[in-house]
Design a protein around this ligand. Structure first.
Ligand SMILES: *[C@@H]1O[C@H](CO)[C@@H](O)[C@H](O)[C@H]1NC(C)=O
Ligand SMILES: *[C@@H]1O[C@H](CO)[C@@H](O)[C@H](O)[C@H]1NC(C)=O
Ligand SMILES: *[C@@H]1O[C@H](CO)[C@@H](O)[C@H](O)[C@H]1NC(C)=O
Length: 516
């Protein structure tokens, strides 16, 4: 009897716990601007859609800016919303909110989307996105048949393209809206990945999870988010037969996770719960474009709108300060004297932020920058120290290198952008490739994949990326090299996950045996 039961136990272990047959659950972490945000004022019973909400973007831009703006406490350098104003990334855990970027698909059918507080806190609100395809054919048809349809599409597209925060040039943009379909394609976010996994038997809310967050904040103010994320990873692990999680992050989600790996969790915790991290278009060391957001703002491609109009909100976000090229990553990706902003013959580089903010008449900006610099800039020479890191990014797409103003255009008018040769259109290549400077770690298997001509959003739907992830999540984890020389059971971690389960199950089995 005993050998039989033991065999059963061993078999059970290899199937359920060792990842031999089972699949790894996936958790998605979005970038800047890619979590849907909801808000309520005072005692309102409902959360209302705030971001990205086409209706508001098109018709009430100034109120959107006001609602998205943060105030700063100048003694602490931390930020807060107006009193009685709550802003939240609702539906934490549910990946469906990350399928696309807008909360209301059909602004005519449902112009004022809202949800209750309990819906916001729960995981259930976001339904399946079946009418997500091409945004509801009825509406598309309506657009095509109507006179001036392109005009409507244009404006709607403009609203929708808000997400493409540091997005493509107006020219490309016009090309995109020429085919409305492409515009819809562009509002898809993790859709292709979610659908690809679903076709392979994955289920949203079971083994695909989403971890949206208030992207306005930098890691120093994401304490609560990190707590929820840690719990989400642990829960997802245990509800999926103790199969380790694969984290897939886009853009800003990557440095957000780098901070999590380095400052929130331990190496043991990572070994227990995380199989791999897949980084898509990661701005490890920021992006030049954020400096422009601080100076003159960015219209995020909304036609006829000047960057200045959106600047109050963009300037107030700790993330924007956090993603400014930093002099203290220890990597010297940007030289001290290299210009980021030029005004006539004067230039500002990474070492001149104090002057820059002084000259902008925006000393709070410097305070904000100092705070994130002190509290949240990750030491990039410190690797994430997960066991596998797979990095995917576009290259050879013209990407802002620096910005040129004249004495009269500084700082309120849009500058001339000088592209540097390389990047993915949003993030500079040196930042995308900063992982190459991570202090090498014999514990991390790093692979990287640069795709010429692919932009910051393309990596989300590139077939090569999707296939890689699909293979990864079904593959068996290689035996982990021990982190400590002292470890006497080097392969213990590759089987059966956590240490305590083995003795516990053994006790149960032995207990059974003795009663039989
Ligand atoms: C700023 O932060 C300090 C320290 O936490 C706190 O005492 C003060 O009330 C805050 N001020 C505002 C305006 O919130
Ligand atoms: C598409 O939108 C129309 C108009 O709002 C609505 O009546 C219809 O049910 C929607 N179709 C689907 C498949 O959701
Ligand atoms: C690194 O990871 C990739 C993808 O999972 C895998 O194909 C490769 O064999 C790994 N390399 C090592 C040395 O484990």
């Amino acid at each position: 009897m005993m050998p039989f039961l033991l065999a059963l136990f061993v078999l059970g272990c290899s199937v359920i716990h060792c990842g031999g047959v089972s699949k790894h659950p996936v958790i998605l972490v979005p970038g800047l601007g890619a979590s849907q945000l909801w808000h309520k004022k005072g005692k309102e019973p409902f959360y209302r859609s705030l971001w990205v909400y086409p209706h508001k973007t098109i018709f009430k831009l100034d109120s959107l800016v006001e609602d998205m703006k943060l105030n700063m406490n100048s003694s602490t350098g931390s930020t807060f919303d107006d009193r009685g104003h709550t802003v939240k990334a609702c539906g934490f855990g549910n990946p469906k909110s990350l399928t696309g970027l807008v909360t209301s698909w059909n602004p005519f059918a449902n112009p004022f989307p809202k949800m209750t507080s309990s819906d916001c806190d729960g995981e259930e609100f976001y339904e399946d996105d079946s009418d997500f395809d091409g945004m509801n054919k009825t509406f598309l048809k309506m657009l095509r048949n109507k006179k001036g349809a392109n005009h409507v599409g244009h404006w709607l597209g403009a609203g929708l393209s808000l997400f493409d925060f540091c997005g493509s040039k107006i020219k490309d943009y016009l090309k995109k809206i020429a085919g409305i379909k492409n515009t819809w394609k562009n509002v898809h976010y993790f859709k292709d990945l979610i659908h690809t996994l679903e076709k392979k038997g994955y289920r949203a809310n079971v083994d695909i999870k989403g971890a949206p967050y208030d992207f306005r904040k930098a890691p120093n103010e994401l304490t609560e988010y990190y707590r929820s994320l840690k719990r989400l990873i642990e829960d997802t692990f245990s509800k999926n037969g103790n199969s380790k999680v694969v984290l897939v992050a886009h853009s800003n989600g990557n440095p957000v996770l780098l901070y999590f790996y380095n400052s929130v969790v331990t190496a043991e915790w990572k070994d227990k719960y995380i199989r791999a991290h897949v980084a898509l278009g990661p701005p490890w060391a920021g992006a030049t474009k954020t400096v422009k957001l601080m100076v003159s703002g960015d219209s995020v491609n909304i036609p006829f709108v000047k960057g200045k109009r959106l600047r109050p909100m963009q300037r107030s976000w700790p993330t924007v300060a956090w993603l400014m090229p930093s002099p203290s990553h220890g990597l010297w990706l940007w030289e001290e004297g290299e210009p980021l902003i030029k005004v006539d013959h004067y230039s500002y580089g990474v070492g001149d932020y104090r002057h820059l903010f002084d000259d902008l008449g925006y000393p709070d900006g410097y305070r904000l920058w100092q705070t994130v610099e002190r509290e949240a800039v990750a030491d990039l020479s410190k690797p994430p120290d997960v066991r596998e890191l797979h990095v995917f990014y576009g290259i050879n797409v013209p990407t802002a290198g620096h910005f040129v103003y004249t004495r009269t255009s500084f700082p309120d008018s849009d500058p001339k952008t000088v592209d540097e040769r390389d990047g993915d259109g949003t993030v500079n290549r040196r930042s995308l490739e900063a992982f190459k400077k991570f202090r090498s770690s014999k514990f991390t298997n790093i692979t990287h994949h640069a795709y010429p001509g692919k932009d910051h959003m393309d990596v989300l739907r590139d077939q090569r990326v999707l296939s890689f992830i699909t293979n990864l999540v079904f593959s068996k984890e290689p035996a982990l090299p021990p982190r400590h020389e002292k470890s006497r059971f080097p392969n213990a971690a590759s089987c059966c996950g956590s240490g305590w389960q083995v003795p516990m199950l053994t006790v149960m089995v032995l207990g059974l045996v003795s009663t039989v």
